[in-house]
Ligand binder design. Sequence first.
Ligand code: NAD
Length: 401
Amino acid sequence: METAMDAAGSATGTATAAAAKVALVGVHGFGTHHLRNLERLQSQGRVELVAVADPQPPAPGTVPPSAAVYPGLDDLLGATRDLDAIIVATPIQTHAPLALAALATDAELYLEKPPVASLADFARLRAAASASGHGVQVGFQSLGSHALKAIEGLLADGTIGTLEGISATGRWVRDRAYFKRSRWAGKRSINGVDVVDGVVTNPLAHAVATALRIAGARTTAELASVETELYRANDIESDDTSVVRIRTAAGLPITCALTICASDPAEPYVTLQGSAGTAVFHYTEDRLTVETTSGRTEETFGRDDLTENLLAHRATGVPLISSLVDSGAFMLVLEAVRTAPAPARIEPAHIRWEGDGDAAHPIVAGIEDALERAGRRHATFSELGLPWAVSTSTAFELPPS
Ligand SMILES: NC(=O)c1ccc[n+]([C@@H]2O[C@H](COP(=O)([O-])OP(=O)(O)OC[C@H]3O[C@@H](n4cnc5c(N)ncnc54)[C@H](O)[C@@H]3O)[C@@H](O)[C@H]2O)c1
């Protein structure tokens, strides 16, 4: 009998003898991105979407006819056998219970980022994953970028000299409607359950994860320190404008300066600060720009799809691109944010609102320049002496690894 073992033959799956049976949990919001990707793979005969689960059913015609629809994962698992992979794209606070239920089956798991909302849940999930023997892919899709291989190459051959530091810069705009879309948006917790939906851990989490990956910091053992300085311009619980300063176990500084309250939004980027040049990786665009005394080059790369990689992992054992274990360093950053004092409110005098009603969004005065300087100098906003930066950084006590 053919199995999903035959369905994916390389790092991202090539030979297609049998379609892998996949279930999707969470079909709206970011789940629609997975639906489209699964439809693409189904049209190639590599996947069969056999079931979906969501308390808010999909609109008629939005999931393939092959997919049975259930209100929750328990019902889905009660009625569905022999799944090869389960994709969980649901609110952050639901990840831990849904992931544990998925790992109790014989399927591989694709878990959206951030994997879970606390280090304690991360430890539970790691133990369950290890006991199950199944792969867990965490949805940091930027880690599939082929630019990362090119970056490894340029670091190895000394193109930008010695790597002295890394910065991650993110300046997006999110309006009031963004925080109204779901009850968990902008929450640190709901009724005592951790959510940790702030700029560092959700919208710009890829910036942090990509910077950590470039620094070679994957597991919880690979960080020496994490400091946070969290602010909010919106009327929310969580942070929307923050600096996280990290030092890897190898001594490399990484500073993430992130906001969703920009005036001039741009795609986020990770900067490698070398002794003889810089490399800037725009990870949403797979675009790498290298600048040295001999000039400037720019190249756009392809990327491996994380669902295909997960199915190939099941079939042939190829390594996962974004494994749960390798999200350990990111989880330390999340835990630092989770346990930090509540974000400091930026005084209205330093905020300008643009737009009306639900389309209104705040702009923090001088934020673009502040992000640049924070990243370049590895400084927090208060260390830069910004008039609105009334907080101080909080050092996270790393747990023994
Ligand atoms: N990788 C990325 O680039 C990326 C981008 C956006 C969001 N995300 C992640 O995707 C996840 C979902 O985010 P969102 O903004 O789409 O959330 P959302 O609140 O829009 O919810 C997504 C869907 O999950 C459903 N859902 C809620 N609880 C459920 C449950 N217990 N069982 C089944 N379905 C349930 C909701 O009804 C909804 O249809 C989050 O982890 C988020 O961080 C990832």
